[in-house]
Write a protein that binds this ligand. Structure first.
Ligand SMILES: Cc1cc2nc3c(=O)[nH]c(=O)nc-3n(C[C@H](O)[C@H](O)[C@H](O)COP(=O)(O)OP(=O)(O)OC[C@H]3O[C@@H](n4cnc5c(N)ncnc54)[C@H](O)[C@@H]3O)c2cc1C
Length: 488
């Protein structure tokens, strides 16, 4: 009997890499919009981290990743992923990604916060678009990949044993289709759109986490989300990002005109420092005026600021922290396997253990390529066995789509009103600073709406934050007594 096709959900860098790496067998690539639409991958400005310079090493890259993650990452995973980063950049060069070059022809490497060396390969300040476009080209050139645009996955189907047996898809005309499958790759990206202040596409609503959790997949560290310290504080949704590379090139953060923080510390530290100034009523700005040829070197930033009536060469740029990245997600092993037989997760939707409690800048495009490739080879070679490498989810986290609103507020089926409430709830309860009573109120407020995927993902996040009373990395509890891992 012919094998059922491998299904890949999402066309960001992780999904595209996986589809490309599926080789001669190929796959069906389902994506919500047109190819690469709604993918945070295309928005990445900074680039991809790899130890490429003579004064650098993969061991140093691993050490920086471990340190930035507040020592909460999985050391073996960190070593493995940072260890192959130079090879990943070479692969992208082969795919003709136009990385910027130094005068000697080597790849130009930028410095970003938390890195002890300049190690971010970039294509101007539109690195994500360049890398994703190259991978999309490679996928489109592969006839064995069946790309189905405007196919939004609304449900994962599991059989009586709990193993994946198909996906339910909503097509552009609103009709639903079931595609039988026993191998599904979740590559649906992050969940920043669940917060009112975010740099993510507003379509990044954590649907992958909701889909997976409904079929019983384990999720971890959902409360570990990264706030980017320098979102441009203008009335736009999502908020324009002022890349960290600006600070690496010498831009300063000013609070009421005075410097207040070492701008190149890891993001959680800088975001918390910015937040403190803002809550004390001061105005925080990024001053990039001193950067040589700033508008030429950062054309995307120049365009973004100009669209808000600001000139990066002459104006101070008002900033605030905004939700940027999710370190947690669907828990997976080294090959991307989740706790549910037949379900792999790759890229930002997964929780690999690379980022710990705070992602090191420019490590996520790297993770998308590495996990996409590893999961593709595993799924292609898969013969049906699924030894338990990831512990099952606790039953308390599993909710079905038919769970309906039980009490007041917006009904679960009133999507836009409910989403606005979800975003406001996470912004206030799961922001840079958290506390137990506010988190408990958020869980209670979200619980009646868990039949809705966005509300369910938000409920899981708030629950996870509530369940972790100690501060670690980007998770800062004002009612924290001891750092996580330290016992009295
Ligand atoms: C503004 C910005 C700047 C960034 N800069 C950097 C950087 O410089 N370096 C770095 O390493 N990282 C950066 N990041 C983070 C990085 O871009 C992401 O973590 C990474 O690209 C995620 O890739 P992904 O493939 O997992 O998800 P995405 O690229 O977000 O792709 C997700 C895909 O899934 C699809 N999808 C979602 N739900 C469904 C569904 N139900 N059915 C079908 N399709 C679905 C989406 O349409 C999309 O195609 C940045 C992020 C942002 C927002």
């Amino acid at each position: 009997m012919a094998r059922r096709p491998l299904i890949v959900i999402g066309s960001g860098l992780a999904g595209l890499t996986c589809a490309w790496a599926s080789g001669p067998e190929g796959c069906i690539l389902l994506t919500a919009g047109a190819l690469t639409d709604g993918a945070a991958s295309t928005w990445a400005q900074g680039g991809i981290a790899a130890a490429l310079s003579p004064d650098d090493s993969t061991a140093l890259h691993a050490e920086d990743t471990w340190r930035a993650g507040a020592f909460a990452g999985d050391r073996a995973v960190i070593d493995r992923i940072t260890g192959v980063a130079p090879e990943v950049v070479r692969l992208l060069v082969e795919l003709e990604v136009p990385f910027d070059r130094a005068p000697d022809g080597s790849i130009d490497l930028a410095l970003e916060g938390g890195h002890s060396r300049s190690r971010v390969a970039h294509a101007g300040d539109h690195s994500g678009a360049a890398v994703t476009a190259a991978m999309a080209q490679a996928v489109l050139a592969a006839p064995q990949v069946d790309v189905r645009e405007h196919h939004t996955v609304t449900r994962l189907l599991a059989d009586a044993s709990g193993a994946i047996c198909g996906v339910e898809v909503r097509r552009r005309d609103g009709s639903l289709e079931v595609i039988p499958a026993d191998r599904v790759m979740l590559a649906t990206g992050g969940m920043g759109g669940l917060w009112a202040h975010t740099t993510n596409p507003t379509t990044a609503l954590g649907q992958g986490v909701a889909l997976a959790a409904r079929v019983g997949a384990r999720t971890d560290d959902l409360h570990l989300v990264q706030f980017h310290p320098t979102a441009l504080d203008v009335a736009r949704d999502p908020m324009p990002l002022l890349t960290e590379a600006l600070r690496g090139a010498g831009a300063h953060l000013l609070s009421d005109g005075a410097r207040f923080v070492d701008e190149l510390q890891p993001r959680d530290v800088v975001a918390a420092a910015v937040w403190e100034q803002l809550t004390e009523g001061r105005t925080v700005c990024l001053d990039a005026r001193g950067i040589d040829r700033v508008a030429t070197r950062f054309p995307a930033v120049a365009d973004l600021t100009a669209a808000s009536g600001l000139d990066v060469t002459r104006d101070l740029l008002p900033v605030r922290p905004a939700l940027h990245y999710s370190m947690g997600g669907v828990t997976v092993d080294d090959t991307g396997r989740s706790s549910v037989p037949g379900l792999w997760a790759i890229g930002e939707v997964s929780r690999t253990g690379l980022h710990g409690a705070n992602r090191l800048a420019s490590n996520s495009l790297l993770e998308a390529v590495v996990t996409g490739r590893a999961a593709a080879s595993d799924a292609i070679a898969w013969s049906g066995a699924w030894p338990r490498t990831v512990e099952p989810a606790g039953p308390a986290t599993i909710r079905s789509r038919t769970d309906r609103a039980r009490s007041g507020g917006a009904r679960s089926d009133d999507g836009s009103l409910l989403l606005a409430q979800v975003r406001e709830t996470l912004d206030s309860a799961c922001g840079v600073l958290r506390d137990g009573p506010t988190l408990q109120a958020a869980v209670d407020r979200l619980e009646p709406h868990v039949g809705n995927d966005a509300a369910y993902a938000a409920w899981l996040i708030a629950r996870s934050a509530l369940a972790h009373p100690a501060s670690v990395g980007a998770h800062r509890r004002t009612d924290s007594v001891l750092p996580e891992g330290v016992s009295a």
